[in-house]
Design a protein around this ligand. Structure first.
Ligand code: ADP
Ligand code: MG
Length: 392
């Protein structure tokens, strides 16, 4: 999105000085496992080759100055942050992180920070988690705060949920911090444990195709699905008390089949999506291990069908993009993210990539009159400090 580095931005905005600490954190895409995270299930994201980079330099006073290539102006804050309410501006994310860190440190001094990012904003690639993770990594280091990985990602998530006010699961921050180059990260949300699954699908590429349509419904729809899952779980707990279910993800398809004639139809479909999606994550992991690109692709299509029919979070635009893929040689495609608009992920032959991108952009324009944004994404490493070695 931008070519100016965070270090250059720091110098042009705040003047020259000692070399800044540089920290990078990537955006992510979720290969499969949609709407499973808040049901304590499995997700399989990978970090992408687009990152948010921050350059940070301590100050001697307790002031914070922050700027970003994505927005005009400089935000100025005084530490410690007083009780504050979000303003809807981008530095809410910084304030959220600082409020969380205030439980661990008294902020002996402030800092200047400049942010430069190649993660497109609000395109479902989690620029927000990339920003939180980069900031928190730089600041825990600056103030000498020791957190384990799970505490760290939870802190970033709390900053977003509790201060910024977006309901998000833990997957984005987890993937941005802990992903490995060339791999997906299989996260078991119930236990907060993960393993890396190499993505080695010969001659294939991943494309993110953004419908560029955001529905008003996306926030309320997401909350409604969460509520429906809770209702489905309550119904199952009442009906199968001996199972002592802690989440929908503990249920099997067979158990659901046994009760489905008694269960309210809508709740049954919501539960069916969650149970089958967890199974698709498991099978996708297996297919990745075996290098079976066509099986991965079929599972992506199956995930989309389930999100469309059982979970009902798709839109005509997202269906169009996925169906176009199916007619034009994509190995697989599905909507990614919460749904109600947003983005699709396509697995295509690397040789066909260029033709595919041109074709889908054209077709989408003809069908909807709208422009689709397309990004090629590669499984990439998680967050890192760039000048760690020199500083030791
Ligand atoms: P997504 O995470 O899908 O990109 P969100 O709406 O969750 O979309 O987060 C986008 C918001 O995060 C932006 O509107 C902005 O407030 C903040 N943000 C993300 N990246 C940056 C950045 N590089 N500089 C400043 N703010 C950013
Ligand atoms: Mg986000």
């Amino acid at each position: 999105m931008t070519s100016i580095s965070s270090a250059e931005l720091l110098i042009t905005t705040f003047g020259s000085g000692p070399a800044p600490q540089i920290t990078k954190a990537p955006g992510r895409v979720n290969l499969i496992g949609e709407h499973t995270d808040y049901n304590d299930g499995y997700v399989l994201p990978f970090a992408i080759d687009r990152t948010t980079e921050i350059a940070l330099r301590p100050r001697s006073d307790r002031t914070v100055h922050a700027c970003s290539t994505a927005f005009r102006g400089v935000a100025e804050l005084e530490l410690p942050i007083a009780e504050s309410t979000p303003t809807g501006e981008w530095h809410d994310y910084l304030i959220g992180i600082l409020l969380e860190l205030s439980h661990h440190v008294e902020f002996p001094h402030g800092f200047d920070v400049a942010i430069s990012s190649s993660v497109p904003l609000r395109a479902g690639l989690s620029s927000s988690a990339a920003l939180e993770v980069a900031l928190a990594l730089a600041l825990t280091r600056l103030y000498g705060i020791g957190l384990d990985d799970v505490e760290f990602v939870r802190l970033c998530q709390r900053a977003e949920v509790e201060f910024v006010g977006t309901s998000c699961g833990i997957m984005d921050q987890y993937a941005s911090l802990l992903a490995q180059d060339g791999s997906a990260l299989l996260l078991d949300v119930a236990t907060m444990t993960h393993r890396h699954v190499p993505i080695d699908l010969e001659d294939t590429s991943f494309l993110v195709v953004d419908s560029t349509v955001r529905r008003e419904l996306s926030h309320s729809g997401y909350n409604e699905r969460r509520r429906e899952c809770q209702e489905a779980l309550n119904w199952l707990r009442d009906t199968l008390p001996e199972r002592r279910l802690r989440s929908l993800s503990e249920l099997t398809m067979r158990e659901l089949d046994d009760v489905k004639y008694r269960m309210p139809e809508l709740l049954c479909r919501r539960a069916a999506h969650v149970v089958s999606e967890n199974e698709r994550v498991r099978r996708t992991t297996e297919a990745l291990v075996n290098g079976e690109a066509s099986t991965v692709g079929e599972l992506l299509y199956a995930s989309h069908a389930s999100l469309r029919d059982q979970y009902e979070v798709s839109t005509p635009e997202l269906d169009f993009l996925v169906e176009w893929g199916a007619r034009n040689g994509a190995l697989g495609a599905r909507l990614v993210g919460g749904g109600f608009g947003g983005t699709t992920l396509h697995l295509v032959s690397s040789y066909e990539k260029r033709r595919y991108v041109e074709g889908i952009v054209d077709a989408y324009k003809r069908e909807t009159g709208k422009r689709a944004d397309v990004w090629g994404v590669r499984p990439s490493p998680g967050a890192r400090q760039l000048n760690e070695e020199e500083d030791r």
